[in-house]
Write a protein of this length. Structure first.
Length: 273
């Protein structure tokens, strides 16, 4: 993953709690949300190792924001169990607990299934077009990600495009369902997996990416047919299969030096909550 996060995320100076984006599910995101999501990606990808220090000043510079949204991002990450506040030592990355992750996917599967069930009885032609557009982009991004000739930088961009397209597909369904509260709950449970080093042609994860495309198609067809029970079952099982995909990706992923953590350096006062 790139050392420079500002280019990737396009984050400009903002107040800590100012909403920056409203996605199609009606869920508002803030700069703190965006920072938390990016740091979460790096933790999942192994760019940030357990017990490494996360520095407010470093993240503030890299994201082009003040310390306030960074502190809020740290609180979000702590609530997810990804970081901990250690007295006199600052904010440190926690070891990932796969049992907790499994629980998060179980909860998300139930919520996504409920949203799909509701969407099937409410979906409009405009909703379906948004779902189709997102699904077509997801198919394109998956094909691009699975291309064996990409450079490291190109694969990194493809990984980020894949995540965005996947999110757009699920958010389009949440928008059709008109369930902003469920959307916010899902946002808190969502786990990401990306990075150019986390994929290899012909790997187990590669085959699971293909399965994801077929599952999106099946969910889309159930929604278009108004088959609420089928949509719920397909969406529920898709999320659980995504958990299996994440485990396969993590099992194959090498690690590399982090860009915003310094495990050997003592924490400064700016690292503390």
């Amino acid at each position: 993953m790139s050392d420079e996060l500002t280019e990737r995320d396009g984050i400009a100076e903002h107040g800590a709690g100012a909403p920056s984006v409203a996605d199609r599910s009606g869920t508002l995101t803030t700069k703190a949300d965006e920072i938390a999501r990016s740091v979460e990606e790096m933790i999942v990808a192994g760019r940030l190792q357990p017990d490494q220090v996360l520095r407010q000043d470093d993240l503030s510079r890299q994201f082009g924001v003040s310390r306030t949204p960074v502190r809020e991002a740290f609180r979000q990450l702590a609530a997810l169990g990804l970081v901990s506040f250690v007295p006199n030592r600052g904010v440190r990355v926690r070891a990932l607990d796969q049992d907790e992750w499994g629980q998060a996917f179980l909860a998300r599967a139930a919520l996504e299934g409920t949203a799909a069930h509701r969407a099937a009885s409410r979906i409009t032609e405009a909703d379906l077009r948004r779902i189709d557009d997102a699904n077509e982009d997801f198919r394109h991004q998956t094909d691009l990600l699975r291309s064996p000739g990409l450079s490291s930088r190109e694969r990194e961009r493809a990984s980020l495009g894949w995540i965005a397209a996947n999110d757009a597909f699920h958010e389009a369904i949440l928008g059709a369902a008109q369930v902003p509260l469920i959307g916010r709950l899902i946002s808190g449970l969502r786990r990401v997996f990306s990075g150019e080093s986390m994929w290899a042609p012909g790997s187990a994860a590669d085959q699971l990416y293909q399965v994801n495309v077929r599952q999106h198609d099946a969910i889309r067809h159930a929604l278009a047919a108004g088959s609420a029970d089928a949509a719920r079952t397909l969406a529920h099982d898709h999320v659980l299969d995504s958990w299996e995909m994440l485990k396969a990706v993590l099992a194959e992923a090498p690690t590399s030096e982090p860009s915003v953590a310094r495990s050997a350096s003592p924490a400064t006062s700016s690292d503390r909550r």
